[in-house]
Structures are given as structure tokens and as C-alpha cells.
Ligand binder design. Structure first.
Ligand SMILES: CCCCC/C=C\C/C=C\CCCCCCCC(=O)SCCNC(=O)CCNC(=O)[C@H](O)C(C)(C)COP(=O)(O)OP(=O)(O)OC[C@H]1O[C@@H](n2cnc3c(N)ncnc32)[C@H](O)[C@@H]1OP(=O)(O)O
Ligand SMILES: NC(=O)C1=CN([C@@H]2O[C@H](COP(=O)(O)OP(=O)(O)OC[C@H]3O[C@@H](n4cnc5c(N)ncnc54)[C@H](OP(=O)(O)O)[C@@H]3O)[C@@H](O)[C@H]2O)C=CC1
Length: 498
């Protein structure tokens, strides 16, 4: 049987959400570990005044792609951006592109979604459900399609305590919901959203559950796998430890705690923090693509991609390791000394919010006002409280996921593939992982931004100064010639001693 890299050799792969956090890691890993892949077709939309080509070119210059660039400087030739706005009918793909895609695609990875917890229902439905439906329709027209891999979330069924690797009946028939929301204005939809989502915490988990059902309905016609990662965090090992590019989920919380802004949060010390590194999720996703295409299971296979059942780590331990990392390696320009604590008690949390968040913010803003500056701390805290109130649902309880399919998939890999596409979560050393998460990336990125900015500022000021002042020019030439003389002397003396 072909290894994973052998399988992807010569294949054309379609990816949605390639500009997102997980999509980028997927593109990078495919290019690096399956170098014979024929082409990656990325469905991308223009955004923020940038064309889709520009966005993809920018993405490929980022540090994440350093290792691929080293191995194959021409890797960009394998990347084919296709203009697509997933919120539009037909995904806004041109007829020529549809023809191209239906004629050549072998594997589809559907990563695109809105992951915001506060997304209005209509928007979340349009992107997470209707766009998925449209992509499935496109996939059904593909002549050589071997596997359709849909990225869902382990929390799609977070209204259950025990979650098996099955697709549960949807909270509502997606078609009926789509039809009814069509005629309702946004105000009415907003009013009925809490009733519709019922015991789920947000429109994100609700629409992701509906999307799974939509995908499952096509399981007779397509070879489908559904990947359900839990809380996706920074990379564990690849392409280097600690890579992350956003403040979603716990990352924003970690940085706010490191900056001394966040001092309290409602979370259960003893609840499992089901974090999973992004590189492990992507390794499993690529392995699932291979398995689906090679074995063609009769019905959709669901992979709960979680850590809690195999290598559990708890929110209390996360708090301990995050704080100890930041105490040993403090972030620059912190608001206060980092000292965050989690508690499951609502009243205690409210007390600390008042004493440790609101009161210092008030004092700081008063100081800013008195010194003629714009107050900002209260605004920052209000945003933080909004973000945290949306996350607390996930940090205050735990779930039990069955992950037999993840183990089954691992057992199907060759020893070599098990190393190259490692998703064995037993190997995770949590303290080491958290250290890299907090320090290696977050700290380095902040420092790099500051150093780059400061260096550019100094160079800029100096250039302006030199251009305008004869004295500055004289000083500059004097310093340069002194350095030159020193270097010549140093070289001469080292030649003599050798
Ligand atoms: C030290 C003690 C640590 C103990 C740890 C305890 C608990 C951990 C906490 C959380 C774990 C739960 C995570 C559950 C994840 C479930 C897994 C999933 O299935 S999927 C994906 C998860 N999706 C998300 O995480 C999206 C969540 N974000 C949002 O919905 C929105 O960003 C928002 C929070 C509603 C804010 O929206 P708003 O329009 O107000 O603004 P922006 O999005 O533009 O962001 C504004 C500002 O806030 C920063 N931000 C964003 N997210 C967070 C966050 N999680 N924590 C803190 N700050 C956050 C964002 O970067 C912006 O900052 P800036 O203005 O400086 O750019
Ligand atoms: N991050 C996490 O913790 C977890 C994520 N997941 C799932 O993983 C998948 C990827 O998540 P993640 O990478 O974190 O999400 P991101 O928000 O980082 O990326 C979302 C991607 O979807 C694209 N997209 C959004 N709207 C549109 C649109 N209208 N048209 C075209 N493309 C669009 C974005 O493109 P653009 O750059 O143009 O906005 C981006 O590439 C999602 O399905 C999510 O549900 C599951 C569990 C946890």
C-alpha cells in the first residue's frame, strides 16, 4: 500500500480556508512532506484591498514557509489561487474555474468557516452550512474525486457530555432552517437565535453541527471524513515549536495574562483543557485524506481529534504553567506584574474583576485623563470581558470524547508515516508545550515587531539627519573609518598570530 507521501504524489488538491490558521499549516505540511504533490488549488477571496493573488503571495513569504522555501525555492509554482467568495451563490467561482476544478481535483479539504462565537446566525449559517452544501455539490461534479475531508469541531455536539465518533441527528433540518431564515429580517433572526441554538452556547457550534449533517447526507456519493479537533493551539514541533498567528481561543487569554491585564477568569481547575497542537491536527487530517481515498469506507468516518481521553491536562495546570512561564520570562511593557488566577466561583470572580480589573483601569484612565491623554484601559477591559464571557462555557466544564478512529488511523500508518505525520498525543509533554506556546512565539513576535520598528526608526532618523547636516556626515564618516581601521588592524594581527 502507498505511503501518505506516495499517495499524494501527482494529486491535485483543493483547499478552502487556506489563508486561515489551520489552512496555512495544511498547505505548508503538504508541500514539505508530500513534495511530489502536483498542485494545490486554493479557494481564496480578495480582502482588505488585496487581490487574492497578493494575499496568497504574502502568505507564502511568512516565516511558516521558511522550511519549504529552503527545500524547494520554487514551491509557489504548485500553488494555484482560485477566486472564490464562499458566501456567494456558486461560491462565486467562474465557469472556467469550475470546469478546471471538476476536471482535475483528487482530494478536497474544507477548512473555511467563521469561527467567531458572536457571529449572527444568518452569517454563520451562510458560511458554515450553505457554503459547505455548495462545496459538496461542486465536489459531486468532480470526475476523479477520491476523498472529501470536512473540518468540523469537537464542540459541534457540546450539548452532550459524552461524544462518540458518529454524526448525531441535527438540532433542526438544515434545509428547513435555511428556508425559514431567508424571509426573516436580521432583527427577528437575532431575537429567535437563543431559542434556535437551544442548549448550545453559540451560533458557531450550532452551525458546525448542521454542517456535519449536510456533509453526511452525501456519504453515498462521496468518500467522506469529518475531522473534529478540540481547542487548536500553537504547533508542537512543526514546522517549528510554538507557531501561532492569532489570538483565538486560549491564545488571547494567555497573552492578556502575560501582559498583567487579565488577573481573573472563570474556569474549573479540575476540568480537562482539551488543547491539541495545530501540527497534530493537520497530520491527522492528511492521514485521514490518505485513508479515505485508499480504503473508501462505505460511510463517512468521524475522527474526534482530542487529547483529554489519552493525555489529559487540566485548566488548573495550564494556569500554573502559563503563569510560571511569564514570571520567568516577563513580556515587555506589561500593564502589571502577571498574576492571573482561575476560579469556578462566580462571586469570587466578580469580586476580583472589580478589584483587579475595573479599579486599576479606572485609576489608570484617570491618570491618562489628567495627563491630557485619551483614556483607554476601561475600553480594553470591556473587550476582554466580552471575549472571556464567550470562552468561559468551554473552560468551566469538561467533555468525554471517544477517539477510537484516531487510534485506528494511527495503527494503519507505516512506522515511517507515524513519524512524519505524527498525531500520537501521548508524546505531548504539556509543560514543555505550554512553555513554547507562551514564550517562543508570542514573546518573540512581540519583540521582533518592536526591534524591527525601533531599528527602522533609528535608520530613518539617521538618514534624514545625515542628508541635512554636514556635522552629522562628518561624524558618520569618522565612525565608519574608525571601524574600518579597527577591522584592518584586527585582521592583520590575527594573520600574524596564525
Ligand atoms: C492564565 C490563565 C489561563 C487559564 C486559561 C483558562 C481558560 C482558557 C480560555 C479559553 C478556552 C476556550 C476555548 C474554546 C475554543 C473552542 C474551540 C473551537 O471550536 S473553534 C475556534 C475558537 N474560536 C474562537 O476562539 C473565536 C473567539 N473569538 C471571537 O468570537 C471574537 O474574536 C470575540 C471574542 C467575540 C471578540 O470580537 P470583537 O469583534 O469584539 O473583536 P475582534 O475579534 O476584532 O477582537 C478584538 C480584540 O480581542 C482580541 N481577542 C480575540 N479573541 C480573544 C480571546 N480569546 N482572548 C482575549 N482577547 C481576544 C483580539 O485579538 C482583538 O485584539 P486587538 O484589538 O488588540 O487586535
Ligand atoms: N481554531 C480552532 O481552535 C478550531 C478550528 N476548527 C475548525 O477548523 C477550521 C479552520 O479554522 P481556523 O483556521 O482556526 O479559522 P480561521 O478563522 O483562521 O480561518 C478561516 C478561513 O476561512 C476563510 N473564509 C472565511 N469566510 C470566507 C468567505 N466568505 N469566503 C472565502 N473564504 C472564507 C478565511 O479566509 P479569509 O482569510 O479570506 O478571511 C480563512 O481562510 C474551521 O472549520 C473551524 O471550524 C475546529 C476546532 C478548533
Amino acid at each position: 500500500m502507498a505511503s501518505i507521501a506516495e499517495y499524494y504524489a501527482g494529486k491535485n488538491v483543493l483547499i478552502t480556508g487556506a489563508t486561515g490558521f489551520m489552512g496555512k499549516v495544511l498547505v505548508e505540511k503538504l508541500l514539505r512532506s508530500c513534495p511530489e504533490v502536483k498542485a494545490l488549488y486554493l479557494l481564496v477571496r480578495p480582502k482588505a484591498g488585496q487581490s487574492m493573488q497578493q494575499r496568497v503571495s504574502d502568505m507564502m513569504t511568512c516565516k511558516l514557509f521558511d522550511r519549504v522555501r529552503e527545500d524547494n525555492p520554487d514551491f509557489h509554482q504548485k500553488i494555484i489561487p482560485i477566486s472564490s467568495e464562499l458566501m456567494q451563490p456558486g461560491l462565486a467561482i467562474s465557469p472556467e474555474d469550475v470546469e478546471k476544478l471538476t476536471g482535475c481535483i483528487d482530494v478536497v479539504f474544507h477548512c473555511a468557516a467563521t469561527i467567531r462565537f458572536d457571529e449572527p446566525l444568518k452569517h454563520a449559517l451562510q458560511l458554515n452550512v450553505i457554503a459547505t452544501q455548495q462545496l459538496v455539490s461542486l465536489a459531486k461534479q468532480m470526475h476523479h474525486l477520491e476523498a472529501f475531508i470536512h473540518i468540523s469541531t469537537a464542540y459541534a455536539n457540546c450539548n452532550r457530555k459524552h461524544i462518540d465518533e458518529v454524526i448525531y441527528p441535527p438540532p433542526v433540518e438544515p434545509k428547513k432552517l435555511i428556508e425559514s431564515l431567508e424571509w426573516m429580517d436580521d432583527g427577528i433572526v437575532r431575537d429567535i437565535t437563543p431559542r434556535l441554538i437551544g442548549d448550545r452556547p453559540n451560533t458557531y457550534t450550532y452551525t458546525k453541527a448542521l454542517a456535519e449533517f449536510v456533509v453526511q447526507q452525501e456519504q453515498d456519493k462521496l468518500n467522506i471524513a469529518i475531522i473534529r479537533p478540540s481547542i487548536v493551539g500553537a504547533s508542537w514541533q512543526e514546522p517549528f515549536p510554538g507557531w501561532i498567528d492569532n489570538f483565538n481561543g486560549p491564545s488571547g487569554v494567555f497573552i492578556a495574562a502575560g501582559k498583567g491585564i487579565l488577573r481573573t477568569m472563570r474556569a474549573n481547575n479540575d476540568a480537562v483543557a482539551d488543547l491539541i497542537p495545530v501540527d497534530m491536527v493537520i497530520n491527522l487530517t492528511l492521514a485521514a485524506g490518505w485513508y479515505t481515498a485508499v480504503h473508501r469506507p462505505k460511510s463517512a468516518v468521524v475522527y474526534n481529534c482530542t487529547t483529554g481521553g489519552i493525555n489529559p491536562f487540566h485548566w488548573g495546570e495550564i494556569e500554573h504553567h502559563v503563569m510560571s512561564s511569564f514570571k520567568r520570562n516577563p513580556l515587555e511593557q506589561a500593564f502589571r506584574r502577571p498574576n492571573a488566577n482561575i476560579t469556578s466561583n462566580y462571586l469570587i470572580n466578580q469580586y476580583w474583576i472589580l478589584v483587579s480589573h475595573k479599579f486599576p483601569a479606572l485609576i489608570y484612565d484617570l491618570f491618562l485623563r489628567l495627563s491630557g491623554q485619551k483614556p483607554q484601559m476601561m475600553r480594553i477591559f470591556n473587550r476582554l470581558h466580552k471575549a472571556i464571557s464567550l470562552l468561559e462555557y468551554f473552560s468551566s466544564q469538561d467533555w468525554e470524547w471517544n477517539s477510537e478512529n484516531m487510534n485506528m488511523l494511527m495503527s494503519q500508518l507505516t512506522p515511517e508515516d507515524r513519524k512524519t505525520f505524527n498525531f500520537d498525543v501521548r508524546q505531548l509533554n504539556w509543560p514543555e508545550y505550554i512553555e513554547n506556546y507562551c514564550i517562543v512565539y508570542l514573546l518573540k513576535r512581540l519583540r521582533n515587531i518592536r526591534y524591527t520598528f525601533n531599528t527602522l526608526l533609528v535608520v530613518f532618523i539617521w538618514r534624514v539627519f545625515i542628508a541635512r547636516s554636514q556635522m552629522a556626515r562628518n561624524i558618520w564618516y569618522f565612525v565608519v573609518s574608525l571601524c574600518f581601521k579597527f577591522l584592518s588592524y584586527f585582521r592583520a594581527s590575527s594573520t600574524i598570530t596564525n
